[in-house]
Design a protein around this ligand. Structure first.
Ligand SMILES: [Zn+2]
Length: 275
């Protein structure tokens, strides 16, 4: 059976999410049939007075490092490295294909707000969109989560697992790690360092630690996991402090996981790493 806007609205209302700010990580395919696709999700949440926050990363603005930092999880350029002087600003709609159709739809909407981070921007739509987004900066990549927590907001995993939950990278920072530095151009075409999250593949292991604060519901075939953002951040920060290995993925050679667990990049004495 096709899921319709009214089904999504009922799920929002029934789980007391109306009026909330919510960071959504989603697979629209998980519904097993969604009438009107991502537009149905957006319309349902906006009609219920919610603000939707989504990651809208755009790694095509990546440039090679302007300085070598130790423990920075970097072993050479990624394929998508920016060879022209390509300049990001919040008005651009570039987004990585693997971000999914909901973020892509939102970033292309006129009314959306998009953050000031060329590689790892967040975008939002709804009443609190501007508030959630306005203080994101190259060296404060996860500021939108601080604002989300200020609004007593939630995280919603819509048919996806904890390896999509970007908040867990903020938990790594709160646990004392430095976030990786990745380079891009600023508006003046000058190379700048930005903060970026690392490898997320190991994050599925958080399910057993977060299970007591996760509410699970089904909407069509889509399994939704709902978490209060602040509770999730506090709990997962403590989990990382107690057991740093929790974040390691299954790839033995994963340099990002290795360096993150050691504490991330060494910034003492780094020229371009702190603004
Ligand atoms: Zn890894």
């Amino acid at each position: 059976m096709m899921v319709e806007i009214s089904d999504i609205r009922n799920a929002i209302k029934g789980n007391k999410l109306s009026g909330q700010s919510i960071c959504v990580h989603s697979s629209t395919r998980s519904f097993g049939g969604l009438k009107d696709g991502p537009r149905a999700i957006i319309e349902a949440f906006l009609t219920e007075g919610c603000t939707i926050l989504v990651p809208t990363f755009s790694w095509n603005y990546l440039i090679p490092p302007a300085e070598d930092l130790r423990q920075n999880g970097w072993n050479g350029p990624r394929p998508a490295i920016n060879n022209q002087t390509k300049i990001y600003h919040a008005g651009t709609n570039d987004i990585d294909v693997d971000m999914g159709v909901l973020p892509k739809t939102i970033v292309n909407m006129k009314e959306r707000a998009r953050g000031n981070h060329p590689l790892c921007s967040f975008s939002a739509i709804g009443e609190k969109a501007e508030l959630l987004i306005k203080d994101q900066k190259p060296l404060d990549v996860f500021n939108p989560f601080e604002k989300l927590i200020g609004e007593n907001g939630s995280i919603l995993l819509m048919g996806v697992d904890f390896d999509t939950m970007t908040l867990l990278h903020l938990a790594e920072k709160k646990a004392g790690r430095n976030l990786f530095r990745r380079w891009t151009y600023n508006l003046e075409e000058k190379p700048i360092a930005t903060e970026a999250g690392g490898c997320s593949e190991g994050f599925t292991k958080f399910s057993r630690y977060l299970k007591d604060i996760v509410k699970e519901i089904k909407v069509g075939n889509s399994l939704w996991k709902i978490l209060n953002a602040e509770e999730a951040l506090l709990l997962s920060t403590n989990v990382i402090k107690d057991n740093p290995e929790i974040t390691r993925c299954n790839h033995k050679e994963c340099l990002r996981c290795e360096d993150a667990i050691k504490g991330g990049p060494i910034l003492t004495g780094a020229k371009n790493a702190i603004d």
